[in-house]
Structure formats: C-alpha cells, structure tokens
Design a protein around this ligand. Structure first.
Ligand code: C2E
Ligand code: CA
Ligand code: CA
Length: 278
C-alpha cells in the first residue's frame, strides 16, 4: 500500500508539473499575442444588465471584456485578466474597455434614448500609478458624460496593501462624482473591516460565495443587505441564477440584481435592444 501511495504521489507530481508547464505556455502565448490583439481589435466589450429587485426593470449594466483570438476563439477573461494584472497590460486593456463603455453611453445620450449608468472594472494596478483620475476625467470630457454615468468596481483585495493612499484616491474619485462599488464583497476575509474604513457607495455581493446550506446563506445575506442599506450603501447582488433566489431577494427594496437568471453579458446591440424594451 505504501508503495502504491508513493507511486500515485509521483504521478501527482508529474501531473502537477505538466499542468504547470501548460499554464506557463499559455501565459507565454497570451503575452505574445496581447499587443497585437489590442491593435487588431480582437477585444470587445459585452454588457451584463442589472435589474431592480422589485420592478425587474434594467437599472444599470456592467462592462466586461471579451477576446476573440484568431486561433483559439473566445478566450475567457478568467484566464487572461490574471496574466495582464501580473504584467501590467491590464492598464491598457482597462482603458480600452472604459473608452468603449463611454462611447456607448455617449451614443445613447446623444440619441436621446433611455440609458442607465454602466459600471467598469478598475484593476488594482491603476491605484499604484498616477494616471487614474486624469484618464477618467479625460474620457468623461471627451464623450460629454457626467461622472455619475459611471460606476467603478474595485475588488476588496486591493485594499490590503497601502490602504491610506488608496482610500485617498477613492475619496478623490468620489468627490469628482464617480460612484465606487466594492466588487466581490464577502469573498475576502477582511470585508467587514473594509466596510468601516473604505469610502464606498455600493457593495456588490456574489451569491456564489454563499453556496452551501440555504438557511444560513439566506440569514447571512439578509443581515449583510440590511446592514449595508442601513449604512446608506446601494446593494448589488450578482450571480443570481434561479427563481427561488429572485423571490428571496424581492424582499429587499432598491436592490440591484445581476446574473444568468435575468441575462448573460450581451453584445452592445443586444443591450440597446433590451433597454428599448425596458
Ligand atoms: P466580475 O467582475 O466579478 O464579473 C462577473 C463575472 O461573473 C463575469 O464573468 C460574468 O459573466 C459572470 N456571471 C454573471 N452572471 C453570472 C451567474 O449568474 N452565474 C455565474 N456563475 N457567473 C455569472 P467574466 O465576464 O468571465 O469575467 C470574469 C472576471 O474577469 C470578472 O469578474 C473580472 O474580475 C474580470 N474582468 C472582466 N472584464 C474585465 C475588465 O474589463 N477589466 C478588468 N480589470 N477585469 C475584468
Ligand atoms: Ca465586476
Ligand atoms: Ca464580482
């Protein structure tokens, strides 16, 4: 038996190393292709609408990036965003996504069509540089938008490193009129602490962090939403996938819901169509 064990352990090591090798290869390929991908317009944005928990009307949307690779097809941001956060390319890519989002908002406003604020993901990398404010105000000006048309989604993990500098930047963004959302609230271990310290307008909770026992999950969710709303924070619940979840969440007024139950992220034309029929 001992022999078997060590054998499978060796197999495991071998498997692990080849998996690791494959990942490094993939990472290398992604890095080789990224610049060309941006200049060849292989990246584009999709929008996932957010719905009011009671009226079920569209009240917002989140911009998410997609990559159509000429050989690999559609590559998921779950793979390449991590790589770009490591090598810094996420800054360029986020600028692209923000600009596309502003372009869409400006088009909707110019046509006098119904429009809703859109959120963009702001990678932590932006908080270590000094371009963030300039870039965002430049875009708002260029596309004739209000700062309140944009919500900035920031992940809480970002706040671990140098909180005072980051909070000062966030406050500056709020003073400019941008709404700040804490993305993936509850997924880290210092969420509650963060809630006390970090300047925020919106918290975004992902239902997948509450998998498991339903009763407990509902209790936690209810307490968190009640607490956030008492703190006058807007609440967005994402990862909403089924009717029982929607029914449970309907008890919370002025909550925004996002997830496959309502809609997957859709291409711009489809999003505009959904807004017209809102
Ligand atoms: P995120 O910001 O938490 O985005 C939500 C993710 O959950 C999206 O995956 C979305 O498609 C997915 N999702 C939406 N509804 C459901 C649902 O009901 N069930 C499940 N299981 N999933 C759902 P996506 O588009 O693959 O993006 C993954 C992550 O990649 C994002 O997580 C975000 O962290 C990052 N990302 C995507 N676009 C950008 C971007 O433009 N800039 C930056 N910095 N990061 C991005
Ligand atoms: Ca997000
Ligand atoms: Ca999220």
């Amino acid at each position: 038996a001992a022999h078997d064990k060590s054998n499978s352990y060796l197999e495991y090591i071998h498997f692990y190393n080849s998996e690791k090798h494959k990942n490094i290869m993939e990472e290398q390929e992604i890095e080789n292709d990224m610049e060309k991908a941006l200049s060849d317009e292989q990246f584009y944005i999709v929008i996932q609408p957010k719905f009011n928990s009671v009226t079920q009307k569209i009240v917002g949307g989140e911009s998410l990036v997609r990559w159509t690779h000429p050989l690999k097809g559609i590559v998921s941001p779950g793979i390449f965003v991590k790589v770009f956060e490591k090598n810094g390319f996420i800054i360029q890519l986020d600028y692209f996504v923000w600009e596309e989002t502003c372009r869409l908002l400006s088009k909707q406003k110019q046509k006098g069509k119904e429009y809703v604020p859109l959120s963009i993901n702001v990678s932590r990398a932006h908080f270590y540089g000094n371009e963030l404010m300039d870039k965002l105000s430049e875009l708002v000006l260029k596309y004739g938008l209000e700062t309140s048309d944009l919500e900035l989604e920031i992940t809480e993990s970002l706040c671990g490193e140098d909180p005072s500098i980051i909070y000062a930047k966030i406050r500056q963004l709020q003073n400019m009129g941008f709404k700040i959302a804490m993305d993936d609230f509850g997924s880290g271990y210092s969420s509650l602490n963060m809630l006390k310290e970090m300047p925020l307008d919106i918290i975004k909770m992902d239902l997948k962090f509450l998998d498991g026992e339903e009763k407990k999950s509902q209790l936690i969710l209810k307490s968190l939403i009640t607490m956030a709303q008492a703190m006058e924070l807007k609440v967005v619940v994402e990862g909403v996938e089924n009717l029982p979840q929607v029914e449970f969440l309907a008890q919370f007024k002025e909550c925004s819901l996002q997830g496959y139950y309502f809609s997957r992220p859709v291409i711009i034309g489809e999003f505009e169509h959904m807004l017209e029929n809102n």
